[in-house]
Design a binder for this molecule. Structure first.
Ligand code: ADP
Length: 480
């Protein structure tokens, strides 16, 4: 089934109802040009999957524009890719400086983000930030209530908006919000640390259905509801009885537009890029790391594992190259700036120690890449070293598999990434165990071509059968 057919199936689902997506950030960024303001589409998987569906059902996406473009005077605009493909509406939620600071950078990204990833020591608990998070979630809910009808399907996304479902339900019981969490949900012993654990759970329970990436996160959520709210849960059915209604809790692993990545990898332009890189690198073994620069991604431990590998295997000293690509992220948050400095220093130290024959062992690219550049690196890499300390899913791992059209690469993947549940043919490692990660690099180098191909094909079969379109369909399966 190609993307058009898959979309056709999905659009049947939304033929008689409008999809209203709500997320912190809108999928388009306003950019000022000489001809006025243009809306530039983001490249994430969620946008790729939902954009055509929204166009088909005249849908609506509500969110913040990120504050990077020109100030928006209009409340809503229509966006379309081309005249014949239909359009949908964006509704702008304007945030004040205080809201951006307290709701977004602080409570969302310095309290919930670390806590949900099990980094309790990184979590900051500040009641002023909580108050603004509460008010901003109420504000988002108000924006939705101005727009929504009972026949709409409202789909709220992610940890920034945990309180929104209950705000909606409370004010308009006929509306039925759905919710998906894109991060992990932590175990009870971690979550109970949060001073606002009750309202966060209650907020989410306003949903008709709450989706998580993997069963383990859904189970953690059910544990927390049972132990913190004292509400009985039905683990077998994934259901919670709240005020005489049922909230469903289930897992739906998100994926990527698999065919699109594979097709880009096969283009002449990407093939040309790969050949050019190869002619510069020669026959050195390319190990690739790609991440948003975030402390959950385990970049420092990964660098230490490569260093350990170089210490142990002298004969590979000038034969490997780690290309570490990092996208700048949340640079206003102190922990991210501290981490960036640590990564810079560690790379400098390792390169200082092991540079030889004119080659440093690590090449560091600190910027966002175009899709084509990224896919060329995926296709080039002999090894993808993807070792987050914790990750809700990790799409990089899936993108690497889809782009490995030559089937020569090996994926080394953290067992703490949601993707590890599906990508079992990867070499799964504990990212904190530096010694074992360095051994996995050796194992990957030594792996026979036949085994590499067999493992990669298995993962590709799975990837092509479970893509981003399947994820949307699966989430809404059985919707009345
Ligand atoms: P997270 O959502 O925490 O950032 P994921 O691995 O799930 O982590 O998704 C990261 C997304 O960001 C991927 O779709 C990937 O293609 C994209 N990305 C990562 N690094 C870069 C980069 N340097 N340039 C462009 N896109 C990138």
């Amino acid at each position: 089934m190609d993307a058009r057919e898959k979309l056709g199936e999905l659009s049947n689902l939304f033929a008689s109802r409008r999809l209203v997506v709500v997320s912190n950030r809108l999928p388009y960024n306003p950019v000022r040009t000489s001809k006025g303001i243009r809306y530039v589409k983001g490249s994430g998987g969620l946008v790729t999957a939902l954009d055509p569906i929204l166009r088909l059902c005249n849908g609506l996406w509500i969110g913040w524009d990120g504050g990077t473009g020109p100030p928006m005077k209009e409340k809503r605009v229509a966006v379309s890719e081309s005249d014949d493909e239909g359009s949908y509406q964006l509704r702008f939620v304007n945030l004040t400086e205080k809201e951006i600071s307290h709701y977004y950078y602080s409570f969302s990204n310095r309290t919930l983000w670390p806590l949900f990833h099990n980094f309790i020591g990184m979590s900051h608990f500040n009641s002023a930030h909580w108050k603004t998070y509460f008010k901003t979630n109420a504000y988002f809910a108000g924006e939705i209530l101005e727009e929504a009808n009972p026949s709409d399907v409202i789909w709220v996304q992610d940890y920034h908006l945990c309180l929104v479902p209950n705000f909606i339900r409370y004010q308009h019981p006929e509306l039925r919000p759905y919710f998906f969490l894109h991060t992990p949900f932590p175990p009870y012993d971690t979550f109970r640390v949060l001073p606002w654990r009750r309202p966060i759970l209650e907020g989410l329970l306003g949903s008709e259905k709450i989706g998580f990436h993997v069963k383990n996160y859904a189970d953690n959520f059910l544990d927390c509801v049972e132990k913190i709210l004292n509400v009985p849960v039905d683990r077998k059915r994934g259901a919670i009885e709240v005020d005489g209604r049922e909230v469903r809790v289930s897992s739906h692993p998100i994926s990527i537009d698999y065919d699109a990545f594979r097709d880009i990898a096969l283009t002449n332009r990407v093939t040309g890029r790969v050949q050019k890189h190869r002619s510069q690198i020669g026959d050195r073994i390319v190990i690739l790391g790609v991440d948003r620069l975030d402390y959950t991604k385990g970049i420092k431990e990964r660098l230490l594992a490569v260093e350990r590998f170089l210490e142990k295997h002298g004969k590979f000293r000038h034969r490997i190259l780690l290309i570490q690509v990092a996208v700048p992220s949340r640079t206003r948050v102190k922990e991210y700036r501290v981490m960036k400095r640590e990564v810079d220093e560690t790379i400098g130290r390792i390169n200082g120690r092991f540079t030889g024959e004119g080659w440093p062992p690590i090449q560091y690219i600190y910027r966002s890449l175009s899709r084509e550049e990224l896919v060329a690196y995926y296709r080039l890499a002999d090894i993808a070293l993807i070792t987050p300390g914790r990750d809700g899913m990790n799409l990089i791992a899936k993108e690497y598999v889809a782009s490995q059209v030559d089937k020569k690469g090996v994926l080394i993947l953290s067992e703490f990434a949601g993707a590890a549940e599906e990508l079992t043919e990867a070499l799964l490692v504990n990212p904190y165990d530096i010694e074992t990660v360095s051994d996995a690099i050796y194992k990957a180098i030594r792996m026979s071509s036949a085994q590499k191909k067999r493992r990669m094909e298995k993962m590709q079969n799975l990837g092509s059968r479970w893509d981003i379109y399947c994820w949307v369909r699966d989430f809404f399966e059985g919707i009345e």
